[in-house]
Each structure stands twice: as structure tokens, then as C-alpha cells.
Design a protein around this ligand. Structure first.
Ligand SMILES: *Cc1c(COP(=O)(O)O)cnc(C)c1O
Length: 428
């Protein structure tokens, strides 16, 4: 922020929007002009390109019937592979290391079923106490399936401040009874980025396999999974990648593991040219495709086809640059305008540790979020007292960031939040 008062005026925000080289993408999205959407880290907005590819997919069904598996612009039989190739640059993987399949939770089950091979010495899975519950439930159930007690065999690294993790603390837990490590790339609450390169190197020094949940980083920050030697990763495509509610997720398996038999097999794990031989002995694909199970949810992949074209064009480096600028601007405005109202910024402030959203806390957070929604600003409440705000590079503007903080200030000054109950909704 430049060191002058004008920097907090709306003209400054307008200036930033004028200079913004990604500004033209906003009109490709269904943004409502009377609403400020800051929840793209939970569910990204629909783009016109995504809408078009959904309609095209319906057309291929209309026109081809069963032949659509092999005919048309996007033959369904190869879709998981071809769209996986398009996602590969976003995670820094080789084209055949990425497949579009399943969902975050399903893919985590698949990867743990494949890579968690406890022996007489190594029986534990290392995770953290701040991860999203679904990941923890999946790990607990996988440990149970192997005949172990989750309370003993799932080690969850503690957070010192309840918001962030120290890489040293994680490394200290990489003991010789750990078989597998599963961590988030970006923590879903505080938005902290974990140093995946360092953690992978430390895990491998100790002969431990390591995988990451990329839900909150894919489409928001660049990755170099193959360069870092990460063993596997998984994610959903409906957050920053705008792939639509319930859209199909993705996974990455490092090529050093190609040939490994999938823990959970199905006929779509097959080598493509063998699949319809209908043999009762599986010949798995010799790439990430082996970690699919059944028929792909083709209709739920369709929006991703259009959405990824935008990412390819805009470039993840440019997206990250703008995202950092927007989150910095938002933090500067919060500091300047809201310092009297008891908000605490809990996300890490350093650029290499800050993901795509800002996380602030306030004792009245639940009803402050309701007051924001009543004013047509869409934040994201996280129990017990957190508010996530994600200015998204592809469709939010600096002026929206400015307006959001002004409106939040009015809500606090006029105590408008007091009209609401301080409780979360069913979907918070
Ligand atoms: C969004 C999210 C999920 C959601 O999992 P689904 O299987 O898509 O329901 C899981 N883990 C993390 C870390 C997430 O951010």
C-alpha cells in the first residue's frame, strides 16, 4: 500500500482495476452486479465457457447415444485422461500423472488404500489437527480397515496457536513408526501454505511416503509436485477451479509409483485397450488412470472442460500474482478501517505462506456474516468465530474488496449484526 491517505479511497481501487491485466475475465463469469461474492474458495462461480461445455456434452449424448464414448469433440471414454492432462500444469505434474476422477474424499480413500502398507515397524499415519474433518474421517477408517486403532495409529500434529502449523513440529513427528503422511497444501481455515517441497524432502529422508490435499490451493497457487517428488495428491475441482457443485475431483500419482496396483480397483483402473476384454484379472493402466474405479461421472466433468480453458489462457502465475495483491489490499483495508472493532487477522501475512483467502476472527462472526449476506456480500463463516474472505483473481475486482470493507465497517459502526442470532446456518 502506498503511504498516503488516497490509497484508502475508492479511486485507488478503481485505478487498480484499470491496471489489472486479468480484468477482462470477469465478464466471462455469472457475477451479479448487486452482489459481492467472496466465497470462491468454497464454490467457484459458473463461467460462460463452463456452461457451454456442459451444453456441448449434453449435445454429444443427444447426437451420439452410446457412440459418444468414442465420438465427438470430447469422447467420454478418454475424458478423465484428457482433462487430467489439462490440469497437470496447475499441479506441476506430467500429463500422465494426473487423472480427473472421484472426489476429494473418495480419492483420499483410494490413495491411502494404495499407499498405506503398514508393516511390523511402520504402522502410523501422520496428519495434523487442523485438517478438514472429511480427510481425518477417511484416514481413521483406513486405519481401522487395516486392523489398527485410529486413536493410536493416527498421529495429528498439534498447532501451537490453533490456526497454523510449524513445519518443524511436523518434521519432529516423522518418526520411524510412521508409514504415510497426509497433509493439506493450504489449511482450509487460516489459509496457511505448508512448505510442500521441504516436507517432502524431510519425509523421504526418513523413507516415509507423503501426499497432499490440494483442495484450497489448486487454481489459486502454482505447484511443482513432480519437481518436489511428492508421492501423491488429491483435490476437488469445485473451489478455485470453478468446476461446479459436486464436480468430479482429481488426483496425482508420481510416475515413480506407476505400476503399483490400485488399492481399490474397478474396471476403469484398466489399461484402456484391455478394459473391454472383460477379463477377471485386472491389467491396470500404467499411469495415474489406474487409480480410477468405475465409470466417470461424465456430466460432472463437463463444466471443467470450459473452466480449464480460462486457466490455461490466464496463466496460474498471473492468477497468483493478482490474488496476492488482492489479499494484501484486503488486509491493508481491514487494518486501516476496522482496527477499532475487534477483528483479528489469523492467516499468515507472508506471501509464501498465504493462500488465496483471508481469515479473520471476531466473537460475533456468525452474525456478522449474516449481516454481510443481508447486504449482498457473500463471505464464508467457519465455526466457532472465523470469517473467510476470498477475493478471486478471475472474477472479483479491487473495488469490490474496497466496498466490502466499507460495508463491514458500517455493519460494525451501526451494530447491524445485532439483528441476527450468533449461530451458524446448516451450510455455513
Ligand atoms: C473441500 C474439502 C473437502 C471436500 O471433500 P469432498 O469429498 O469434495 O466432499 C475435503 N477436504 C478438504 C481439505 C477440503 O477443503
Amino acid at each position: 500500500m502506498p503511504d498516503n491517505e488516497n490509497a484508502y479511497e475508492v479511486e485507488y481501487a478503481k485505478q487498480l482495476d484499470k491496471q489489472d491485466q486479468l480484468a477482462s475475465y470477469r465478464k466471462e463469469f455469472y457475477v451479479k452486479e448487486d452482489r459481492i461474492y467472496l466465497d470462491g474458495n468454497s464454490l467457484g462461480l459458473l463461467s460462460k465457457r463452463a456452461e457451454t461445455t456442459v451444453l456441448q456434452l449434453l449435445d454429444s449424448w443427444k447426437n451420439y447415444g452410446i457412440e459418444g464414448w468414442t465420438e465427438g469433440d470430447n469422447p467420454w471414454f478418454y475424458l478423465s485422461e484428457t482433462i487430467g492432462e489439462k490440469i497437470a500444469p496447475l499441479v506441476g505434474g506430467n500429463p500422465d500423472e494426473v487423472i480427473v476422477t472421484g472426489s476429494t474424499t473418495v480419492n483420499l480413500h483410494q490413495l491411502v488404500a494404495t499407499f498405506y502398507e503398514p508393516d511390523s515397524k511402520r504402522t502410523k499415519i501422520l496428519a495434523d489437527e487442523l485438517n478438514f474433518p472429511s480427510d481425518i474421517y477417511a484416514l481413521q477408517s483406513q486405519i481401522k480397515l487395516k486392523g489398527f486403532e485410529p486413536s493410536e495409529h493416527l498421529v495429528q500434529v498439534r498447532s501451537k496457536d490453533g490456526h497454523t502449523l510449524h513445519e518443524e513440529d511436523i518434521i519432529n513427528e516423522m518418526k520411524d513408526d510412521v508409514a504415510l503422511i497426509v497433509l493439506p497444501s493450504v489449511l482450509y481455515r487460516s489459509g496457511q501454505i505448508l512448505n510442500m517441497k521441504r516436507l517432502t524432502a524431510e519425509a523421504h529422508k526418513r523413507n516415509i511416503l507423503i501426499g497432499f490435499d490440494l483442495c484450497h490451493s489448486i487454481g489459486s497457487i502454482p505447484h511443482e509436485l513432480s519437481k518436489w517428488g511428492v508421492d501423491f495428491a488429491f483435490w476437488c475441482n469445485y473451489k478455485h477451479l470453478n468446476g461446479g457443485p459436486g464436480g468430479v475431483g482429481g488426483l496425482y500419482v508420481n510416475k515413480k509409483h506407476f505400476g503399483k496396483h490400485p488399492g481399490l480397483s474397478g474396471w476403469f483402473s484398466s489399461k484402456k485397450d484391455k478394459q473391454f476384454d472383460m477379463e477377471h484379472v485386472l491389467t491396470p493402466a500404467e499411469h495415474a488412470g489406474a487409480f480410477q474405479m468405475g465409470t466417470p461421472h461424465v456430466l460432472s466433468i463437463a463444466p471443467l472442460i470450459g473452466s480449464l480453458a480460462i486457466f490455461e489462457e490466464a496463466g496460474i502465475e498471473n492468477i497468483r500474482k493478482k490474488s496476492l495483491k488482492m489479499t494484501q489490499y484486503l488486509m491493508d483495508l481491514i487494518d486501516y478501517e476496522l482496527s477499532d472493532f475487534g477483528f483479528v487477522i489469523r492467516n499468515p501475512k507472508e506471501e509464501d505462506k498465504r493462500g488465496g483467502h483471508i481469515y479473520i476472527e471476531h466473537p460475533e462472526a456468525a452474525r456478522i456474516c449474516k449481516a454481510l449476506k443481508a447486504k449482498n456480500i457473500i463471505p464464508d463463516f467457519r465455526k466457532p468465530n472465523g470469517v473467510r474472505l476470498a477475493p478471486v483473481a478471475l472474477y472479483n475486482t479491487y473495488e469490490e474488496v474496497w466496498s466490502s470493507v466499507q460495508i463491514l465497517k458500517t455493519i460494525m459502526e451501526e451494530e447491524l449484526y445485532k439483528k441476527f442470532k450468533n449461530e451458524r446456518g446448516v451450510v455455513a
